[in-house]
Design a protein around this ligand. Structure first.
Ligand code: ADP
Ligand code: MG
Length: 333
């Protein structure tokens, strides 16, 4: 059975008292997850339209980047693999460029060209069945090649027939950043956008307070491991509990090791805190695959990036700066 935790990977601790004029939490199902826009009391006039615009922006990006919609730009690019270039808007190309950059920096643990392998796993099916056979996986892995993703003035092309672009590990983060930008552009000063644990904040929930973010325990959804105050920051978590199924007593989840094509073992969750959600999203996936030691080394090597990892034995480790996040609190496991 495919399980998708509707509980956000990060539970927001109630940080503000509902005031007159009303604190609001609005939700919509976008990109396979329940997206929440949380607005504290005291919003400007017209904030309702702003929220609709923000959700609309995320839905627009889903239409563009979804591998499940035959008419999405992503599907068109994939259909044209090995054939002609496909025109793509600047924002799409920006996401691809950023993803390719993280792929290079993480030595191939993050792969935008992993589509053929992702497609074999059928995580969207209610009954996905047994994992793909070795030979099928090997054939799909042969098509994984980020270097064969070609970009030239407003166009994109996958070099080999059968190649498939997959933006699943970065697109949601990018959409959160865009939603926040739309809210800010419409005059909203204080808000939080949370797409199943990939989140970003604007302003504060009340004067003198900060948005409080709690990191969920990978095995006990009701418990928090740690919490901190979020100011002008984005957070993303990749976990083996977010999208998975059990077959023959084995847990198969959706974060794949591009070397083997199999779910990456070692960590149960990886959280990244950084300036924007697109990078946090991509890095959380990459660090999940890199594992505890190499993942933390990568985080330490990057400016303004902090992270937390939980390994399969249940041990928690933080990057050095994580404990210095404002209001940091470690509850333990
Ligand atoms: P979530 O969608 O739960 O936030 P992630 O951000 O980790 O989780 O993204 C997982 C998705 O990214 C998968 O469903 C798949 O589409 C894609 N993916 C899986 N493994 C990788 C990888 N190693 N590199 C790039 N994309 C991946
Ligand atoms: Mg990700």
């Amino acid at each position: 059975m495919t399980a998708r935790s509707l509980l956000a990977a990060l539970l927001l601790l109630s940080a503000c008292q509902p005031g007159p004029g009303g604190e609001e939490r609005r939700t919509r199902f976008i990109m396979g997850t329940l997206v929440e826009i949380h607005l504290p009391a005291g919003q400007p006039r017209g904030h309702d339209d702003a929220v609709n615009l923000a959700f609309g922006e995320m839905a627009r990006l889903e239409e563009m980047m979804s591998p499940h919609r035959p008419d999405s730009l992503l599907s068109l690019i994939n259909q044209n693999a090995g054939g002609p270039f496909t025109p793509a808007p600047a924002e799409f190309i920006e996401v691809v460029r950023r993803g390719l950059g993280w792929g290079k920096l993480t030595k191939g643990t993050f792969r935008l060209s992993l589509g053929p392998v992702v497609a074999l796993w059928h995580f969207e099916d209610p009954e996905p069945g047994p994992p793909p056979a070795g030979k099928t996986l090997t054939r799909a892995l042969d098509l994984v090649d980020d270097a064969a993703i070609e970009i030239r003035d407003g166009q994109i092309r996958l070099g080999k027939a059968g190649m498939k672009l997959d933006l699943g590990a970065i697109g949601k983060g990018y959409a959160v950043d865009r939603a926040l930008a739309v809210l800010a552009g419409a005059g909203v000063k204080n808000a939080l956008v949370n797409a199943g644990g990939d989140l970003a904040v604007l302003g504060r929930p009340a004067a003198g307070k900060a948005w409080r973010v709690g990191l969920q325990h990978p095995r006990k959804p009701e418990s928090l491991i740690a919490a901190f105050d979020a100011e002008d920051i984005a957070v993303a978590t990749s976990g083996d509990y977010q999208r998975y199924y059990i077959h023959g007593g084995v847990r198969y989840h959706h974060i794949l090791d591009p070397v083997t094509g199999m779910p990456s073992m070692g960590l149960t969750s990886a959280t990244i805190v950084t300036a924007n959600t697109a990078d946090a999203d991509a890095l959380a996936t990459a660090v999940f695959v890199l594992g505890r030691k190499k993942g933390l080394e990568l985080i330490e090597s990057l400016e303004n990036v902090e992270g937390m990892v939980v390994d399969a034995s249940g041990a928690v480790a933080f990057s050095t700066g994580f404990r210095r996040l404002p209001g940091f609190e470690f509850m333990g496991l």
